[in-house]
Ligand binder design. Structure first.
Ligand code: ATP
Ligand code: MG
Length: 390
C-alpha cells in the first residue's frame, strides 16, 4: 500500500505529469477543461505539454530538485511517457499520490517482464526467448525464426527492432544493438492489429473504450478505425477481457493501453502494453462521451469512472512530419482549410515547430454517423494530405 494513496481531488487541485510530449499536452487540456491546474516536468522549453501547462518545470526526469518541485506543486502525479525512469516515479511516490505506480510502469518498460506478466495472466503472447547473454543467444530454439529481435527497454515506434531470418542474422542483429538485453519474438502471420484502452480506478473499478483496429506503416501507427464493422464481436470481447485481466494483474491505477495481434487463424495474441493513454485512443476525443485523457484525469483525481459511450463511427489519421514535405523538399504547412471543409473532421496539432520525417505532429479525427461515411471522409482527407489510401 502506498504512503500516498489516490484520493478525491476537487477541481482547483493541481495535477502533475512527468513528460512534456503530446500525450501530456492532451492530458493538460482535459484536466484544465475540468478546472484543474497542471504542472509538467520536461527539460525542453518548447515541449508540447510545457507550452500549455500552468507550471512547467524545465529539468531532466531524474533531476532530484525538479522532481521535488513537481511533487510540491502537485496534488497527484502521472506520467505520459513510459520511458520515464521508474525510480523517478518511486521518488515522487514518497511525497504525493502517483498513478500508475512505479511498479506497474517498470513492467511495461521491460519487454521481458511484460511478457512474463502476460504469461502470469494467462493471456497468450508471441513465443519468445530472452537474450541477455551469449549462452542465451546460442540456445535460442530454431522455431523462433524468422523472428523480430526487440531491445527489452527503450523501444517505440518500431525503433530498437531488427527482423532476422537465420541464427547468423540474429547474432549480427544482437551485436548491432550493442548486445543489450533483448527478447526475440517469433514472427507471427498477422491478420490485423487492435488495441484496447482500459481505465482502472484506485477502488478497482474498470471501464474501457471500444476496441480499436490499427494499421501500422513502417512500425508507426498510421490509421485507427473504430466502428462496429471493425472486428467480430466475440473477438472484441475477448480483447477487452484480456486487457482488463492484464490491468487487474498489475493492480493498475490509471489508463492502460493493451495492443494485440489477430493472427490469420483468427486467434488473439497480446503484443505489448503502454502505461498511459495511447495514440490509438485519440479518436475518443471526438467520438466518445469520455475521452482517454478525461479517464486519465478521473483516475488520478479519484473521480468516479463511468463506461464511455462511442456516439460516432471514427477514423483517426496520424499526421506525421512527412506530410509537410508532400509537395517538395522545403517544409510546407499541409492544406488544413481544405481538410477542415470536410464534415466531421477534427484537427489536433501538438504545437511542434519543426516537421521531421516520421515525427508525430498531430492527428485528424474523422467522425460520422456510419462507418462507411467515416471511411469515405477519411479517404478524402488522406488524398488531400498525401496519406496513402488504406
Ligand atoms: P509502439 O511502442 O510504437 O507501439 P514498438 O516500437 O513498441 O511500437 P511493437 O509494437 O513491438 O513496437 O512492434 C511494432 C509493429 O511491428 C507491430 O505493431 C507489428 O506491426 C509488428 N510486429 C511486432 N512484433 C511482431 C511479431 N512478433 N510478428 C509480426 N509482426 C510484429
Ligand atoms: Mg507497439
Amino acid at each position: 500500500m502506498s504512503a500516498h494513496p489516490i484520493r478525491y481531488l476537487p477541481p482547483g487541485s493541481t495535477l502533475g505529469v512527468l513528460g512534456g510530449g503530446q500525450l501530456g499536452r492532451m492530458f493538460a487540456h482535459a484536466a484544465q477543461a475540468m478546472g484543474y491546474f497542471t504542472a509538467v516536468l520536461d527539460a525542453d522549453v518548447e515541449s508540447p505539454a510545457g507550452r500549455v501547462s500552468h507550471h512547467h518545470i524545465q529539468t531532466g526526469y531524474e533531476d532530484p530538485d525538479g522532481l521535488a518541485r513537481l511533487a510540491a506543486l502537485s496534488d497527484a502525479v502521472t506520467t505520459e511517457f513510459e520511458n520515464v525512469p521508474a525510480v523517478s516515479l518511486a521518488a515522487l511516490a514518497g511525497q504525493c499520490p502517483v498513478a500508475p505506480a512505479a511498479r506497474a510502469v517498470a513492467v511495461a518498460q521491460d519487454r521481458a517482464q511484460e511478457k512474463a506478466h502476460f504469461v502470469r495472466c494467462g493471456v497468450p503472447c508471441a513465443p519468445y526467448a530472452v537474450i541477455e547473454t551469449a549462452e542465451q543467444l546460442a540456445a535460442v530454439p530454431a522455431d523462433l525464426l524468422p523472428g523480430i529481435l526487440k531491445t527489452a527497454r527503450l523501444g517505440y515506434d518500431g525503433k530498437g527492432q531488427v527482423r532476422v531470418k537465420t541464427a547468423a542474422e540474429l547474432a549480427a542483429a544482437w551485436g548491432s544493438v550493442g548486445q543489450v538485453p533483448c527478447v526475440l519474438e517469433k514472427m507471427l502471420p498477422l491478420q490485423l492489429e487492435c488495441s484496447v484502452i482500459v481505465a482502472r480506478g484506485a477502488d478497482g473499478a474498470t471501464v474501457h473504450l471500444p476496441v480499436q483496429r490499427n494499421l501500422h506503416r513502417d512500425g508507426i501507427l498510421a490509421v485507427t478505425e473504430v466502428h462496429e464493422e471493425n472486428l467480430p464481436p466475440a473477438l472484441a470481447s475477448q480483447a477487452v477481457s484480456a486487457a482488463i485481466s492484464i490491468a487487474q494483474g498489475l493492480d493498475y491505477v490509471g489508463v492502460l493501453c493493451v495492443e494485440f495481434f489477430v493472427l490469420q487463424d483468427g486467434s488473439l495474441v497480446v503484443n505489448e502494453i503502454a502505461p498511459r493513454p495511447h495514440n490509438s485512443g485519440h479518436y475518443s476525443q471526438n467520438a466518445c462521451d469520455v475521452s482517454q485523457f478525461e479517464l486519465q484525469v478521473r483516475t488520478m483525481a479519484g473521480l468516479p469512472l463511468t463506461q464511455p459511450r462511442q456516439h460516432s463511427a471514427a477514423v483517426m489519421l496520424n499526421l506525421l512530419g512527412d506530410l509537410w514535405f508532400a509537395r517538395g523538399e522545403t517544409a510546407q504547412t499541409p492544406p488544413w482549410a481544405e481538410v477542415l471543409a470536410l464534415p466531421g473532421t477534427h484537427l489536433h496539432l501538438y504545437g511542434k515547430t519543426l516537421a521531421k520525417h516520421g515525427r508525430k505532429m498531430g492527428h485528424l479525427n474523422i467522425t460520422a454517423p456510419t462507418a462507411p461515411q467515416a471511411r469515405a471522409t477519411a479517404l478524402q482527407a488522406a488524398a488531400i494530405l498525401g496519406i496513402a489510401p488504406f
